[in-house]
Every structure is written in structure tokens, then in C-alpha cells.
Design a protein around this ligand. Sequence first.
Ligand SMILES: Cc1cc2nc3c(=O)[nH]c(=O)nc-3n(C[C@H](O)[C@H](O)[C@H](O)COP(=O)(O)O)c2cc1C
Length: 181
Amino acid sequence: MNLLGIAGSLRAGSFNASLIRAAGAAAPDGAGVTPFDRLGEIPPYNDDEKQKAIPDAVAALAEDIRAADGLLISTPEYNYGVSGVLKNAIDWISRVPDQPFKNKPIGVMGAAMGGLGTARAQYDLRRSFIFLEGLVMNRPEIFVGAAHTKFDENGALTDAATRDILTDYMKALTAWIERVG
Ligand SMILES: Cc1cc2nc3c(=O)[nH]c(=O)nc-3n(C[C@H](O)[C@H](O)[C@H](O)COP(=O)(O)O)c2cc1C
């Protein structure tokens, strides 16, 4: 089973990118998470007719989404919402013909320095997938708060409790993908 991982942060030491990697390591045998690493190449969406040619990075993301059995999105929380780069990518993909989020199994997670661990951003993100008809797993949920205390300087997840929760989460997500994918 091949999951496409999308971290909604461009930061070199992103906790969300680290969480995507940790999720790949915590996935059950036979499942893997491939990170999408071209989010920073996606230009700001402009709905003017002349601006609507699909950029390479958007075409690549659309293709990767279609090819994946499921998506795993890790969002930061920016000012109580989804990061701009992630929302921008979703807006682009939503305008691709035969939009690829439709009927795609999706896991949502997130890491933040704040105590609520992206809860507000995750519900913000889930709302977009209601309209786009993505099959977001309702539960379990995973909120990684105080992320700066849970990853080391190389981005490795060092918090054992979070690793256990992530392992259970990945078990549930792969079962969800098998069920609805
Ligand atoms: C513009 C901006 C807004 C932020 N707003 C929030 C917020 O609303 N809640 C929160 O918990 N952390 C907030 N933070 C802190 C982020 O949790 C922290 O920067 C985190 O490391 C972002 O994820 P990343 O490591 O994947 O880049 C904000 C950070 C930035 C840069």
C-alpha cells in the first residue's frame, strides 16, 4: 500500500515533515509513505483565465495523488488555520479536471508548538475535503502538541507515547484505506 505524504510546511526543520517520516516508519508491514517534496514550487493560485495553465508541480501532485492508495496530510497550524502553502496546493488541485481528491482516502494529522497540536487547523482542513469529497478518516485523530519537545535536532520522533499513538493511527488509517479505497 502506497500513501502519499504531504506536509504543509516548507521549513527545513519542519515538525510536520518529520511527522510524515515518522508515520512511514510506524506504518504496518506492506505500507509505505512517500513524501511529496515539491510543495514549495507551487505558485499562488490565480483564477484569471490566462493564469490557469497547470504548473508542473501541480501536475506532479495531481498525478501522485491519483497513483496513491491514500493520502496522509500533516498540517501545521498558522493563526488557528491551515498554512497558506497547503491551502494553496489544495485550491490548485481542486481546479484540475476530474479533481483527484474525490473518493480518495485521506488521513489528517498535524504537529504544532502549541498545546492543542493543530486541532483547529485540522478541522479547518477537514472542511475543505467535505466539499472536495475526500474520504477523510474520522477517527482516530492525532494531535502532536509541544512538537519542539518531541523531535530531536535531526527530526527523529523521540517521544515514546507519540510513537505508540502514531503506530495505532497508521494501523487504523491503512485499515480505512483497505475499507474505502
Ligand atoms: C505564521 C505562524 C502562525 C502560527 N500560528 C500558530 C497557531 O495558531 N497555533 C499553534 O499551535 N502554533 C502556531 N504557530 C507555531 C507553529 O506551531 C510552529 O511554527 C510549527 O513549528 C509549525 O510547523 P512546522 O514545524 O511543520 O513548520 C505559528 C507559526 C507561524 C509561523
